[in-house]
Design a protein around this ligand. Structure first.
Ligand code: XLS
Ligand code: NI
Ligand code: NI
Length: 437
């Protein structure tokens, strides 16, 4: 196969003064900050679906992107060529990881058996390309939302056969993820929700979804797959309401069904926005529960109310994201996965490079700024001091569970009232962040 990106060289780090659009200005993979290289801190991944299956189509028009390496057919040979093009891209970009859905990498056949055979053929190519390039699989997943058989959902379908199909599909997707030594496996509930409650048995659907996840946990043990399971929250789209709507809802669901020890969360910026949260909120909710696993890095558009999946370029966003990631110990199995797509108008292959270079540079800056803020220590010290009343006296007693209502009443009757002791200083803190941006 001829090179997919013949005009594009391996992307190099040239530093902040470079005017070369096809060079990193801030992401120097080998640079060490806070004891780790940028490569190991950020663990960048490219998504197969948007970057190698995205056509630029939208509800109002056809695709705009005709890729030179793609013959437009649904054949296995085309899928194999696409896999080679993808690895050329990962290699030239210097991305250490990638992610896929089963249906991104190989076409569906007439039967499940034929589909699985197609998968096996492409997996052989992926495996060889992984060995050749040392690019690794961050996580795999199953697409349980595109095919019409999943119109009512997969685990939450009213049709038990759809559940069975989903189980078979997840089983196979886990097997290939294991075969390709994936560090994780993600569950995004593409249609696990409802369009109207008029036709929906919500309790039964949630029980079924939990059953599906338990079956996956059981099979993971059988398979000997040691990767991390993730749930990816999203509140809506394609359904009106999805059960895994945000980090808090996912954690509650996982706890209620005894699944929490087996899962962490994969948080996506644009999904946080759709849920009416900031990404940092979602990261903090997950982190506080010990369940911060990985992130799908993208961004929405403030004026468009859907999952626009744009590449992240805001330094504030990447700084706040990395502040929370570092606070909870950094990525272990997870990473910064660009679940993002180039705009429909950016139809040339080179745009894929511009997009990823920009996202990687934005995250490199966010990481370095976050490290500097943490090393400076004023922010952390401020927060600690804000809660100083809990470190001794009555506060410490309450925290230790040594003060009941009677004692607290006696304490307050004696004291009379409280004196305000700490300004929130939001404006000062916002200025402090700006010192580092
Ligand atoms: C869609 C989701 C999806 C998951 C993987 O909005 O972000 O792409 O990341 O199924
Ligand atoms: Ni995602
Ligand atoms: Ni998304």
């Amino acid at each position: 196969m001829p090179a997919a990106f013949p005009e594009i060289p391996k992307i190099q780090f040239e530093g902040p003064k470079s005017k070369n659009p096809l060079a990193f200005k801030h992401y120097n993979a080998e640079e060490v900050v806070a004891g780790r290289t940028l490569r190991d801190h950020l663990r960048f991944a490219v998504v197969y679906w948007h970057t190698f299956r995205g056509t630029g189509s939208d509800p109002f028009g056809a695709g705009t992107m005709q890729r030179p390496w793609d013959d437009g057919s649904n054949s296995v040979a085309n899928a194999e060529n696409r896999a080679r093009a993808a690895f050329e891209f990962f290699e030239k970009l210097g991305a250490p990881f990638y992610c896929f859905h089963d249906r991104d990498i190989a076409p569906e056949g007439d039967t499940l058996r034929a589909t699985n055979r197609n998968l096996d053929a492409v997996v052989r190519v992926l495996k060889a390309e992984q060995q050749r390039t040392k690019v690794k699989l961050l996580w795999g997943t199953a697409n349980l939302f595109s095919n019409p058989r999943f119109m009512h959902g997969a685990g939450t379908s009213c049709n038990a056969d759809a559940f069975a199909y989903a189980a078979a599909q997840i089983k196979k997707a886990m097997e290939i993820t294991h075969e390709l030594k994936g560090s994780g496996y993600t569950f995004w509930g593409g249609r696990e929700g409802y369009m109207t409650l008029l036709n929906t048995d919500l309790k039964r659907e949630q029980d079924h979804l939990a059953r599906l996840l338990h079956l996956a946990v059981d099979y993971k043990k059988r398979l000997g797959f040691k990767g991390q399971f993730y749930i990816e929250p999203k509140p809506k789209e394609p359904t009106k309401h999805q059960y895994d709507s945000d980090a808090a809802a996912c954690l509650n669901f996982l706890r209620a069904y005894d699944l929490l020890p087996h899962f962490k969360l994969n948080l996506e910026t644009n999904h946080a926005t759709l849920a009416g949260h900031t990404m940092q909120h979602e990261l903090e909710v997950a982190g506080a529960a010990g369940a911060l696993g990985s992130i799908d890095a993208n961004t929405g558009d403030e004026l468009l109310g859907w999952d626009t999946d744009q590449f992240p370029t805001s330094i504030y966003l990447t700084t706040y994201t990395m502040l929370s990631v570092l606070k909870y110990g950094g990525f272990k199995t997870g990473g910064v996965n660009f679940d993002a797509k180039v705009r429909r108008e950016s139809f040339e292959p080179v745009d894929l490079f511009h997009a990823h270079i920009g996202g990687m540079d934005a995250f490199a800056r966010g990481l370095k700024i976050a490290v500097a803020i943490r090393q400076d220590g004023r922010l952390e010290k401020f927060v600690r001091q804000r809660y100083a009343s809990w470190d001794s006296g009555i506060g410490a007693k309450i925290e230790k569970g040594r003060a009941g209502f009677q004692e607290l009443e006696a304490y307050m009757l004696e004291k009379g009232d409280i004196t305000p002791n700490a300004s929130g200083r939001q404006e000062y803190l916002e200025n402090l962040i700006n010192e580092f941006i």
